[in-house]
Write a protein that binds this ligand. Sequence first.
Ligand code: SAH
Length: 247
Amino acid sequence: MVIGLGPGPAKWMTPEASAAIAAASDIVGYKPYVERLILRTDQRAHTSDNRQEMDRARLALKLATEGRAVAVVSAGDPGVFAMAAALFEAIEEDPRWLRLEIAVAPGVTAMQAAAARLGAPLGHDFCAISLSDNLKPWAIVERRLRAAAEADFVIALYNPVSQARPARIVEAFDLLRTVKVAATPVAFARAVGRADETLTLTTLGEADPNLADMATLIIIGSSETRFIARDGARPWMVTPRAYGARR
Ligand code: SAH
């Protein structure tokens, strides 16, 4: 089973995901995600580095072929920039793997958790872009950012930064500023649902892209997205369901 653990807290994990973890003999995943789980002594954890996705997928498939009940875990949703795709990329390497019984348990993805905190920034058309250029050329990222901005999507940015490429996020904001107006609402949602959660609301013109780290999801509004001010509280970030006045 490929399982989404949600963005952090247990309340944002589905009952299906919890049950699947309880039923597993072996849990395979990136170390910090596996460490979030409370496992029994009869369950085996196989943890690895974040970059070893394909090895992790092959290990899970191999264990399952041996008859183990394997849970492959991802933060958020396993199908969003995560292990479900890696598993299916590996699956044709061994004909026995194609005969395995595999199921995917969905999870709350970071973008949904962030949106819930902020109000309703994804209320109209949106897209999700990973800024990671480990797995795709940066030119593709630039093309997508430009196209998404020109098409007036709300943009959710995953994997905004890493130590290996600290300047990419600055380049991304520079590009977006050439297409979208400076007043466009922007939110940095960091570690949503966890004890160190921080939410920063700003505008594209004033945003400091260096606020983002690897635990941050950035939402950049469309031309319709706006902040609704509140007394003594963070404004709501809302993208109306309709362009123009509602009938
Ligand atoms: N499968 C995950 C995404 C994996 S990519 C999901 O569906 O959420 C990792 C990126 O997800 C991080 O760099 C960050 O942009 C985002 N992310 C994951 N958990 C987060 C959280 N609790 N708060 C904010 N962003 C998060």
